[in-house]
Design a protein around this ligand. Structure first.
Ligand SMILES: Cc1cc2nc3c(=O)[nH]c(=O)nc-3n(C[C@H](O)[C@H](O)[C@H](O)COP(=O)(O)OP(=O)(O)OC[C@H]3O[C@@H](n4cnc5c(N)ncnc54)[C@H](O)[C@@H]3O)c2cc1C
Length: 301
């Protein structure tokens, strides 16, 4: 059997992870990246002899990075190490209030109470709500593919459907947060989580109040060598599996045959693939790489 070819557009963290998964499945993988370096939004820069991470600063759920090493039969500890943070971040308010965001929910509730007078019970109730939303949504939206029928035909999903009213989808993040807290600094603190995926807390559904659960329950981590070391260690793993990265290679088009992606084009070069994956932002994938197929563009409902 000839080796199947996978072409990946973009060497962001998701493109690298996909390259590793496909290489483990036996594909010959080529990744085409527009930039001269891998990582996408997870990048770094140097200034005056110092290295700075640019983009993400908070590493949650490291188990999903470790999983990539395990899938490849490697020990994650040989490639990377990270430490759990006691204080996830610090909050500075214009009125001089300072808050240490302890990962431990008990300690954080006590800190909020000491610095702002907000009752500890309100913080604990809020985090319980966040945990409840997580338990209803995580296995449907995070752990399974929405494109597979079996996601909808299992008992866990059915249970989640019955608990749907509890995910707080019909009011905004801000409306929900101000119903939990008297002190507007704490409402503002929890409103900011909506911005993690670029949402506006005044209009995004309160289901996004699931996010604090990740930091306050699973904790936040810091990789040795900084956030960019996640990229370098995964690229090293991918290359050890035979993945080839092509930098300075912006893809111009995805070529379709009967509505199935068959090839990519970079300037005049056309490359055929059995699997083609776009790691570009979805809007740009449709509007730039599939611009001759406007009927395929996802529509707003
Ligand atoms: C300022 C900031 C702070 C953040 N903070 C956090 C945080 O603390 N914790 C956290 O978990 N997340 C955080 N995020 C979100 C996180 O960075 C992203 O969710 C994640 O990096 C996205 O990875 P990706 O691989 O999906 O996409 P991207 O990183 O966007 O990768 C897409 C890649 O495709 C390439 N590309 C685009 N067009 C083409 C083309 N035509 N041909 C070839 N290649 C192409 C791009 O150059 C890029 O490398 C933050 C994001 C930003 C911007």
């Amino acid at each position: 059997m000839p080796v199947k070819k996978a072409l990946i557009i973009g060497a962001g963290i998701a493109g690298i992870a996909t390259a590793i998964r496909l290489a483990v499945k036996g594909y010959q993988v080529n990744v085409f990246e527009a930039n001269s370096y891998p990582g996408g939004k997870l990048s770094e820069f140097e200034q005056e002899g110092f290295r700075f991470d640019a983009g993400p600063s908070l590493f949650t759920m490291p188990q999903y990075v470790d999983e990539l090493f395990r899938l490849a039969g490697k020990n994650p500890a040989e490639f990377s190490s990270y430490q759990k943070l006691d204080v996830v971040c610090r909050y500075f308010y214009e009125d001089g209030t300072r808050l240490n965001a302890y990962a431990d929910p008990e300690k954080f509730a006590a800190e909020i109470n000491q610095q702002t007078g907000e009752p500890e019970a309100s913080v604990k109730k809020y985090l319980k709500n966040s945990s409840n939303i997580y338990s209803i949504t995580s296995h449907v939206f995070l752990e399974q593919s929405l494109h597979r029928l079996k996601t909808y035909l299992n008992w866990g999903t059915v249970q989640s459907v019955f608990r749907f009213p509890q995910i707080d989808a019909f009011r905004s993040v801000h409306k929900a947060n101000e119903s939990f807290f008297k002190d507007e600094r704490i409402t503002q603190l929890y409103d900011r989580y909506a911005t993690y995926n670029g949402s506006n807390p005044y209009s995004a559904p309160a289901t996004l109040n699931v996010i604090p659960h990740l930091e306050q329950h699973y904790g936040a981590y810091f990789p040795e060598g900084g956030m960019y070391s996640i990229v370098t260690s995964l690229v090293k793993l991918a290359e050890s599996l035979g993945v080839v990265f092509h930098y300075n290679s912006p893809v111009d088009e995805i070529i379709l045959e009967k509505q199935t992606a068959k090839a990519i084009r970079i300037k005049d070069d056309v490359m055929l693939g059995d699997v083609i994956v776009s790691n570009m932002d979805v809007w740009f994938t449709y509007h730039r790489l599939l611009k001759d197929h406007p009927r395929l563009f996802p529509k707003k409902s």
